[in-house]
Design a protein around this ligand. Structure first.
Ligand code: CP
Ligand code: NVA
Length: 314
């Protein structure tokens, strides 16, 4: 196992405070972890450690990835939904964080506000992993880049197009990680769903340093030449009331075979963080077809999450 200093005790809240070299290290470690898993290696690298898994929103992949990655290496994960514990109800987030920090080696949080995961990191004194908030989904996009690299080698210089709700947590996290790694990233979305200007400003210096071309457009023709087309649900968790309006607005942005053809490339791949609503943001023939890497991407959630915990916890 290769080692890297500077990770110990750190949280992952967005990718903003990680350098391109550190993200590169985590990608390489993820690939190593995947190879070990395929070889059937049994290891105990989290023996004696505990992980609190806090969930305000539902999850299949993120919960299962954290729980199995940690548990199979000897760690003790504890799942805690808002039905089970006080989290800003009857007790402040700060106080809950202080108590969890006394009992757990690390905390994963999935929920609504980015401010909550940041408060957990500030007050717990242990590494905190953002397993999705309304604003960011950082662990997801490490798996996405890993999956892109499994098809094309180093992600730098590749073109990734996100088609759909351009202001959601996944699109925003992709913009950050792509700008750090030199991946050309285009958000294709109606103007009313553009990612916020503040995020674009944040990404500007990262993109200037890495050579990434970051674009936001409503023009579907910009998928031309893309290595990968990515989409996500049209209404994220917590936005259920907007489902019908979004479906009307985003219908022209469905990723279907006709859109995949517009890349002009036979080897372009399809990515989706899942869960998917087939027939809405993606047609069944694309997500279940030969260009789809969505299932590898789901598996890679586990390898990347294990790598993040190995780097920050040991
Ligand atoms: N992609 C993802 O985060 O899936 P879950 O919501 O099932 O965790
Ligand atoms: N944007 C989606 C991602 C789910 C993994 C949501 O927040 O619901």
């Amino acid at each position: 196992m290769n080692t890297h200093t500077g990770f110990q005790g750190r949280s992952l809240l967005t990718w903003q405070d990680y350098t391109p070299e550190e993200i590169r290290y985590l990608l390489d470690l993820s690939k190593q972890v995947k190879t070990e898993a395929k070889q059937g290696a049994v290891q105990q690298r989290f023996l004696g450690k505990t992980l609190a898994l806090l969930f305000e929103k539902r999850s299949t992949r993120t919960r299962c990835a954290f729980e199995t990655a940690f548990g199979e290496e000897g760690g003790h994960p504890v799942f805690l939904s808002t039905q089970d514990i006080q989290l800003g109800v009857k007790e402040s987030i700060e106080d809950t964080a202080r108590v969890l920090g006394r009992m757990f080696s690390a905390i994963q949080f999935r929920g609504f506000k980015q401010a909550t995961v940041e408060a957990l990191a500030t007050y717990s004194g242990v590494p905190v992993y953002n397993g999705l908030t309304d604003e960011f989904h950082p662990t997801q996009v490490l798996a996405d880049i890993m999956t892109l690299e499994e098809s094309f080698g180093n992600a730098k210089g590749r073109k990734l197009c996100f088609v759909g709700d351009g202001r959601n947590n996944v699109a925003r996290s992709l913009m950050l990680i792509c700008s750090k790694l030199g991946v050309h990233f285009t958000v294709i979305t109606p103007p009313s769903l553009n990612p916020d200007l503040k995020l674009k400003e944040t990404c500007k210096p990262f993109a200037a340093a890495s050579g990434a071309n970051i674009r936001v457009t409503a023009d579907i023709a910009e998928v031309s030449g893309a290595d990968a087309i990515y989409t996500d649900v049209w209404a994220s968790m917590g936005e259920e009331a907007q489902k019908d309006a979004r479906a009307r607005l985003l219908a022209p942005y469905q990723v279907n075979q006709a859109l995949m053809t517009r890349t002009g490339r036979k080897d372009s791949i399809f990515l989706h963080c899942l869960p998917a609503i087939k027939g809405e943001e993606v047609s069944a023939d694309v997500i279940d077809g030969p260009q789809s890497r969505a299932w590898d991407e789901a598996e890679n959630r586990k390898h990347t999450i294990k790598a993040i915990m190995l780097a920050t916890l040991r």
